[in-house]
Design a protein. Structure first.
Length: 278
């Protein structure tokens, strides 16, 4: 298999469709392009990625940087259904908490909703609430229909897999009220003026425009962080990571673990509660 620009563009579209943040998409593509430059026009074989790892080690890249770049390349191979080409990352102890400047807090989420309301952007406010209270991806908003709102349950199909998403009662009430106000009698609730599903890029941009009024750092504001907040909140109540993985539509629990990792502040509070200093 040769790695072409066409394949990289298809991979980019795949990442966008799966609600990866603009930063994540840019990083994955940058890493894959670097790998393509290393491979030149040669056939990508099982040994290629391993040799690339050794190349990065020889050139003095940190373990964290190497693993990050290899993860991007492995994601490409997974997209291509070529798991046989994937390379093992360098083993290192996983962080037990995430940086506080990366994760969205409940208070910040509430301020974003308030900012959207103050701007009279009812659709954006409801999109934020829908994603955060159900855990769906922005690309799955098309499954939030008048019919699913009435049922209180949406049927989401992605990559050949189907899952059922529960719609909370208060959200159901808001969705039906909004659809009535917009004269949407059936089908998708979140649509453009031409009746098409809302554009992921536009939602991301509109959310960024709330940052100043909401007092939230822009690097914290992108749709996927709403899913992270949903996951952490759910796990803090239920503690069932397997159930959470099913709700989020993850095929691997390892992916779900990334979502529920606590912040540094939470980790410090836990350590302080131990009171082991005499």
């Amino acid at each position: 298999m040769k790695l072409t620009d066409s394949i990289i563009n298809e991979f980019k579209e795949y990442l966008i469709d799966n609600d990866k943040s603009a930063y994540t998409v840019e990083k994955y593509i940058r890493d894959v392009v670097k790998f393509k430059e290393y491979a030149c026009d040669c056939e990508i074989e099982k040994e290629t990625a391993g040799e690339y790892k050794n190349y990065l080690i020889r050139n003095g890249y940190s373990v964290r940087s190497i693993n990050s770049m290899l993860s991007s390349v492995n994601a490409l191979f997974e997209f291509l259904n070529r798991n046989d080409l994937k390379v093992k990352t360098i083993k290192m102890q996983k962080s037990v908490y995430c940086p506080e400047d990366k994760e969205l807090t409940r208070a910040e989420y509430q301020r974003l909703c308030t900012a959207a309301k103050m701007k009279k952007n009812n659709r954006l406010e409801l999109i934020i609430e829908t994603v955060c209270s159900t855990g769906i991806r922005i690309g799955e908003l098309k499954y939030i229909t008048v019919e699913s709102a009435k049922r209180g349950e949406a049927v989401v199909t992605l990559k050949g897999k189907t899952r059922y998403v529960f719609i909370p009662k208060e959200l159901k009430r808001k969705l039906l009220r909004y659809s009535a106000e917009q004269n949407i009698k059936s089908g998708m609730i979140f649509v453009t003026r031409t009746g098409k599903a809302v554009n992921r890029t536009n939602v991301w941009r509109d959310m960024k425009n709330l940052c100043k009024d909401a007092g939230v750092k822009p690097e914290k504001v992108f749709p996927h962080n709403l899913r992270h907040l949903f996951a952490r909140t759910f796990y803090n109540i239920d503690k069932d990571i397997a159930k959470l993985a099913d709700i989020l539509g993850h095929s691997s629990i390892d992916t779900t673990r990334i979502y529920i990792i606590s912040t540094g502040a939470e980790h410090r509070r836990l350590i302080e509660k131990m009171k082991l200093i005499l």
